[in-house]
Design a protein around this ligand. Structure first.
Ligand code: GLC
Length: 655
């Protein structure tokens, strides 16, 4: 411990000694026999609460007293069924790391219409092996344009078009009965400008003073904008929006990182942090197991920086995390930090020393590198970039995915590109051209998103199936191309399912749903082409999933099998680290996993269309290894060499 660590601990201990008698009495009255467990959790979290408060704000002792009272009230309100779940998870804190964990992500309206219809579809989800359901934004958004629900007007109400909070609680209960967990989005960087906090701030209500920030002229905004990359350059350039009612009616530039109707909360104000804590624990008590912490890199602002991944962001997440788990120890956080590889691991608490932060984080790098490897038919960039990522804390794990509701931004660093002899900018440009289908050799049917004429940057929209060439093959009636498209899709998922961590299946990918252009008819969606890969579930197509002669049957069967085999593999427990290695072919991504409780697992994914030979010595020496799942039946092994078919994969494990 450094001297300042010791001093901070002493300060935390002093504050606790002062608070404890009174808090214990209140907890006794509110919780009865659960008082000891609550106080034990609070004491365990003490340093993770007090230190961040001391780093971020003045008067940490008083803030800690208020914060503990918020979580005490939430603990007292926590329904009995959720307390039982908490107890199980306190005994089994790595519950989210098990290889039985498998996710499914969907929009409620696009999947089943309304929340009350969702339980009817749990058999379908169970058939796939789902144990974790992420329902896309469902809290009450503003009217009109709302960024797909990411402009929240009320954290304590469900979007009336989807149902009610009581419906959501029933969904959580139905999931828990089947040992499935519920994930929802928590948008904490900003609220809708219609949110009561924003309206009260605008009206000058002193209780909400400093909840948001506004500047009377362009001086400060220009200074910040000089170094902040734009998220939506085409329709929302800059990070500030002019609001005539701001600054006491004189007008001002309000901080709006995303769309002008999404107002950034000002977390330098402790009242904001405590207000958000109140919303989190309230939602936790409705039965939410996992919070997807939306757009967290943007929560801290520093002049002269990109205003992403600033130290305050991590301190804030650590604080909210520690406090939430005093009230609801079964709840975990998932970071949505779509950032460069070096910036990603800290969201899992991987700092100079471990600091509990989020248990889960999207493995954005893996996702991007999978698509990049597919385009180049070459896994060297993936091998290099993944190989130099820092290990993650063993109590956390990744969320691995192929496709989500957002565009794909090519988070490939110039350094990583240079290491394999390509230019970063030109490679990113190639990927955009490739997936937008601008090359004759590409069968991908994506579209450019947020093309920036100034910088030449862009990102890609499009459904996984369409990006894999399935749409193109169907249109041309080309059976061989269709099979290749299916193989690409399954190949990508074979890595996501065996990398370690929770694999997410994005709704529709299991039956190869294509780009959906119906969004163009809705003026509030038409300008945002991310809607092309947010299709409506085609239940008639899903009916065909049991017929192996159909497209749906061919994809569904293989994806389902990935989950089935995954569950049997101890080495796919999320606590173990994946190590990439060179298996002797540039086209093959090879990785190895070993946990304290298991033998070694090896995954091989061939991104080229032609068979690749990998060397047994570099892999493991196949003698002791058995294929547990392969794309094309028993692999050909000859003379210490194993053949991975074109666009094929192999999972091998020590028996
Ligand atoms: C996240 C969401 C994205 C949204 C943004 C702003 O990145 O995934 O869809 O636009 O946050 O809330």
């Amino acid at each position: 411990m450094t001297a300042s660590d010791a001093a901070r601990r002493a300060a935390a201990d002093r504050a606790w000694a002062e608070l404890r008698p009174q808090l214990a009495a209140e907890a006794q009255a509110a919780l009865g026999e659960e008082v000891d467990a609550f106080l034990a959790r609070a004491e365990l979290a003490l340093f993770d609460v007090h230190e961040p408060l001391a780093v971020l704000y003045d008067e940490p002792d008083a803030l800690m007293a208020t914060a503990f009272r918020i979580v005490l009230a939430a603990a007292a309100d926590r329904p009995a069924a959720l307390r039982r779940l908490d107890r199980r998870r306190e005994i089994d804190p790595g519950w989210f790391q098990r290889s039985r964990m498998q996710g499914y992500v969907c929009y409620v309206d696009h999947f089943c219409g309304t929340l009350d219809r969702l339980p009817e579809h749990l058999d379908y989800l169970a058939e796939l092996g789902t144990t974790y359901l992420h329902l896309m934004p469902l809290l009450r958004p503003r009217e009109g344009e709302n960024d797909g629900g990411y402009a929240v007007a009320d954290y304590r109400a469900v979007d009336p078009r989807l149902g009610t909070m009581a419906d959501l609680e029933r969904v959580a209960g139905a999931l828990h009965e089947r040992d499935m967990s519920l994930c929802i989005d928590l948008v904490l960087n900003h609220t809708a400008r219609e949110h009561p906090w924003a309206q009260a701030w605008l009206a000058g209500d002193p209780a909400y003073a400093g909840f948001y920030s506004a500047f009377p002229d362009r001086q400060v905004p220009d200074a910040y904008d000089a170094t902040i990359p734009e998220v939506f350059p085409d329709r929302a350039p800059g990070s500030f929006s002019w609001v005539p009612e701001a600054c006491g009616g004189a007008g001002g530039w309000v901080w709006t990182t995303f769309w002008p109707y999404q107002w950034d909360l000002d977390y330098t104000n402790p009242a904001v942090t405590l207000a958000m804590l109140g919303e989190i624990v309230w939602l936790a008590n409705r039965g939410v197991d996992v919070f997807r912490m939306d757009a967290v890199p943007f929560m801290g602002k520093r002049l002269g920086t990109t205003c992403q991944n600033q130290p305050e962001v991590h301190t804030l997440l650590q604080l909210l995390h520690a406090l939430t788990r005093v009230a609801a120890p079964g709840v975990v956080f998932k970071a949505e930090a779509i950032v460069a590889p070096d910036d990603l691991v800290p969201y899992l608490g991987g700092h100079e020393r471990y600091r509990p932060e989020c248990e889960l984080a999207y493995h954005n790098s893996l996702m991007v590198l999978l698509w990049s490897s597919l385009a180049t038919q070459d896994a060297r960039l993936a091998r290099h970039a993944l190989g130099r990522m820092r290990p993650i804390p063993p109590t956390t794990t990744w969320v691995t995915y192929v496709r989500g509701h957002d565009d794909i931004g090519w988070a490939v660093t110039d350094e990583d590109a240079a290491a394999i002899g390509v230019g970063g900018h030109s490679h990113r440009r190639f990927l955009n051209d490739f997936f937008a289908g601008h090359y004759p050799a590409s069968s991908a049917r994506g579209a450019l998103f947020q093309e920036n004429a100034l910088t030449g940057d862009a990102r890609i929209s499009g459904s996984a199936a369409s990006l894999c060439g399935i749409e193109d093959a169907l249109e041309r009636g080309d059976d061989a191309a269709l099979e290749a498209g299916i193989r690409r899709l399954v190949l990508l998922y074979s890595v996501a399912f065996a990398w370690g961590g929770i694999p997410l299946l994005y709704m529709g990918d299991e039956i190869a749903l294509l780009n959906d252009d119906r969004y163009l008819a809705d003026p509030s969606r038409a300008p945002d082409n991310r809607w092309m890969h947010r299709p409506v579930m085609d239940w008639a197509a899903a009916q065909r999933r049991t017929d192996p002669t159909t497209l749906e049957g061919r994809v569904f069967g293989r994806i389902r099998q990935l989950g089935e085999v995954r569950r049997s593999q101890l080495a796919l427990h999320g606590g173990a680290e994946s190590t990439v290695f060179d298996a002797g072919s540039d086209a093959v991504l090879a990785w190895r996993r070993r946990s304290a409780r298991s033998g070694t697992f090896v995954g091989l994914a061939n991104f080229s269309a032609t068979p690749q030979v990998v060397d047994a010595d570099t892999v493991t020496g196949f003698g002791a290894f058995a294929p547990v799942l392969t794309s094309d039946g028993p692999p050909e092994v000859a003379g210490g060499r194993l053949v991975v078919p074109g666009l094929g994969f192999a999972w091998l494990a020590e028996p």
